[in-house]
Design a binder for this molecule. Structure first.
Ligand code: FES
Length: 117
């Protein structure tokens, strides 16, 4: 079980429980199921409209699970200027996710996060 806090300057913060580990439960699905008004369009990692900033609430960076970026996600984040090649290279080594993610690609893990949208 994960606690996900959705935060936007336009709406009141909303914290929801999410069941982790299904491999299909994306952050976007959790948002929509809880009526969080997050932007989206393609739902397939191609348009970039579901861009969010994720803060992992683990005290130790090595404890972050995150989940790897999909190839589509990397392509879109590079196009949007939200990820640089050196971050991609670092991710491949230390296996830690970046803060900018696509909600339709990020599968919820068993960890608490704050999601800015
Ligand atoms: S909805 Fe298009 S990339 Fe997520």
């Amino acid at each position: 079980m994960a606690l996900i806090t959705f935060s936007s300057p336009e709406y009141k913060d909303r914290t929801v429980y999410a069941v982790a580990g299904s491999h299909t439960e994306t952050l976007l699905k959790v948002a929509l199921a809880n009526k969080v008004p997050i932007n989206f369009n393609c739902q397939d990692g191609e348009c970039g409209s579901c861009l969010v900033k994720v803060t992992y609430l683990k005290e130790r960076r090595v404890d972050i699970q995150g989940g790897p970026l999909t190839p589509k996600e990397i392509t879109v984040l590079k196009t949007l200027g939200k990820i640089a090649q050196d971050e991609i290279d670092t991710m491949a080594v230390d296996d830690l996710p970046t803060s900018w993610r696509l909600a339709c690609q990020l599968v919820v893990r068993n960890e608490d996060v704050v999601v800015e949208y």
